[in-house]
Design a protein around this ligand. Structure first.
Ligand SMILES: [Fe+2]
Length: 160
């Protein structure tokens, strides 16, 4: 126990989730350019659920580690939390536009959402993740795994 196992890093699962999210954004972009609101509804549901769960995981494991490395006031951690809050607002605007049926608002808010999430993911992967990336030891790996499982269970309908 307590030894480093393989190359498992805290950010590995988060990076995998980013790849899935980026794939869905590419699909959403095509759907928006086609003006297909039915397909957008279907994809939005998945996107929303996945992003909600993903944000909780990042808040739970990334923020404490950024603060551990950079100090309790770490601006990088504060900025991450702010970006997550604005992500929710950007999604709400898209949902409202989708429900209003106004094509221009639907396009504008949809493309803004795509841009916001892509920029956010790039910033996390290129700036934030490298700050804390190192192989996890057994104890840390188990802790992170348990935390992620709790998040998945709670967002699947249970409670935290
Ligand atoms: Fe992320």
């Amino acid at each position: 126990m307590g030894t480093t196992t393989g190359n498992v890093r805290l950010t590995d699962e988060l990076r995998r989730e980013h790849d899935a999210l980026l794939g869905s954004l590419t699909a959403l972009e095509r759907i928006i350019h086609r003006g297909d609101t039915d397909a957008a509804h279907g994809l939005l549901e998945w996107l929303r659920e996945t992003l909600d769960e993903h944000r909780v995981k990042e808040d739970a494991v990334l923020v404490p580690r950024l603060r551990e490395h950079l100090g309790p006031q770490a601006p990088a951690a504060t900025k991450l939390l702010k970006e997550h809050e604005s992500e929710e607002r950007v999604i709400e605007r898209f949902v409202a536009a989708l429900e209003s049926g106004e094509l221009q608002a639907y396009r504008g808010s949809g493309l803004a959402l795509i841009d916001h999430i892509r920029t956010h993911i790039r910033r996390e992967e290129n700036i934030l993740f490298p700050m804390i990336e190192r192989p996890l030891n057994d104890v840390e790996r188990e802790g992170v795994q348990e935390c992620f499982e709790r998040v998945t269970q709670s967002t699947d309908g249970g409670e935290m």
